[in-house]
Design a protein around this ligand. Structure first.
Ligand SMILES: *Cc1c(COP(=O)(O)O)cnc(C)c1O
Length: 394
């Protein structure tokens, strides 16, 4: 099997699993319990907090554990909106191609009296700090802009956007779920006020994430209950997963440079090979791009058929994101970068990690052109295009 869907989730590393095992076996105490067994769990929790804080340039007090990236995104936006509303600030700036954890939360806030402004991301799928500067108003409560896009891989100018927001005294949140463990993050140097990350995107376990909030920014709990996480997130902490997350993030950050070199070379070879397919187009920024992300549109192809035939050959890939597959809607990300509806249905995302090999790339480069050719040959629409009766869009 060739796993090329690391933007959907990753395989857990042995380091993460080994770190977790004791907390699923003998060290199963509740960190809120006062006896020794509970305190051992509490110590593990606090050590994980310190290690994760160190990886992103934060201090441990600024780290709140959540159930993952979606919860961290929800809580960051809700907390900032509440703070804004107290000062009559109800304007929120974001982009059209955020993850649904962001977009759906913003949609709800619109129904609660907030005004949401989604900045256009252009053909390459990025925005400039200048766009943010021009959009900020007196009543802007929050700017929330992702660090890197999960579908098309564009990496956004986060330090520049951070500087603009800090200069205008506006809270800045970034969904860094695709960046954490893959790109350098320094919340202080990059002027980030709130940041979300998720363990299962960097070889940690599913169901664990972090919300970083700069000291002095109060978080409001979205789950009512006990006083865990200093009252910011009720519920018994998932100690094994949190310990695994810390181990995975440390490992990813320690090997970031070598992983980036290896993975981006594989990515570039894939991009060069797939570009040879006629009527295809790379999606996303060709330069400022996640090391492992490859995303193409192939005209005349249904993404779903392509994925099923790739699966037959043992290749795991995705079309759009895991969240939109299963629905027949075209990707909101591809529509945001201006791809026509027809092309937005025919996209393929391959997301690589350091465990992928040259042989994986060779196999993908053999399979994709064959399958694309096969599907096009079966399509009456494609025949119309080849004969000139219909126009190509790519
Ligand atoms: C995966 C992902 C999320 C959601 O994280 P979960 O831990 O799966 O809830 C949010 N944002 C981005 C950009 C993602 O890639």
């Amino acid at each position: 099997m060739i796993y090329a869907d690391n933007a959907a989730t990753t395989k857990m590393s042995c380091t993460a699993i080994d770190a977790m095992l004791p907390y699923m076996n003998e060290l199963y105490g509740n960190p809120s319990s006062l006896y020794g067994l509970g305190q051992r769990a509490k110590e593990a929790l606090e050590e994980a907090r310190e290690r994760i804080a160190a990886c992103i340039g934060a201090s441990p007090k600024e780290i709140t554990f959540t159930s993952g990236g979606s919860e961290a995104d929800n809580q960051a936006i809700r907390s900032a909106a509440l703070l804004g509303a107290r000062k009559e600030k109800r304007h929120i700036i974001s982009t059209a191609f955020e993850h649904h954890a962001i977009l759906h939360t913003l949609k709800k806030l619109e129904g609660e009296g907030f005004e949401v402004e989604l900045l256009p991301v252009g053909e390459l799928g990025t925005i400039t700090a200048q766009q943010v500067a021009e959009a900020i108003r007196e009543d802007t409560a929050l700017v929330t802009i992702m660090y890197a896009n999960n579908e098309i891989g564009s990496v956004l100018p986060i330090p520049e956007i951070g500087a603009v927001c800090r200069g205008r005294d506006v809270l800045f949140h970034t969904d860094a779920v695709q960046a954490a463990g893959h790109l350098p993050i320094d919340v202080k140097a990059q002027n980030i006020d709130l940041l979300s990350l998720s363990a299962h995107k960097f070889h940690g376990p599913k169901g664990a994430g972090v919300l970083y909030a700069r000291q002095g920014i109060p978080l409001s709990s979205i789950i009512e209950g006990g006083a865990q996480e200093r009252g910011k997130r009720a519920g018994t902490e998932n100690v094994p997963a949190i310990v695994g997350m810390a181990a995975a993030l440390e490992e990813a950050c320690a090997h970031m440079e070598e992983n980036t070199t290896k993975v981006s070379a594989l990515r570039d070879r894939l991009i060069a090979g797939l570009s040879q397919i006629p009527h295809s187009a790379l999606n996303g920024d060709p330069v400022s791009r996640l090391p492992g992300n490859v995303n193409f549109c192939f005209e005349g192809i249904e993404g779903e058929s392509l994925l099923l035939l790739l699966d037959d050959r043992g290749i795991c890939a995705s079309s759009g994101s895991a969240c939109t597959s299963g629905s027949l809607d075209p990707s909101h990300v591809l529509l945001a970068i201006g791809r026509p509806h027809e092309a937005a249905h025919g996209s393929l995302r391959l997301s690589l990690c350091e465990e992928n090999t040259e042989a994986d790339v060779d196999a993908i480069l053999k399979a994709v052109p064959e399958i694309v050719g096969y599907l096009r040959n079966m399509s009456p629409l494609w025949k119309d295009k080849v004969s000139g009766q219909k126009e190509f869009v790519l």
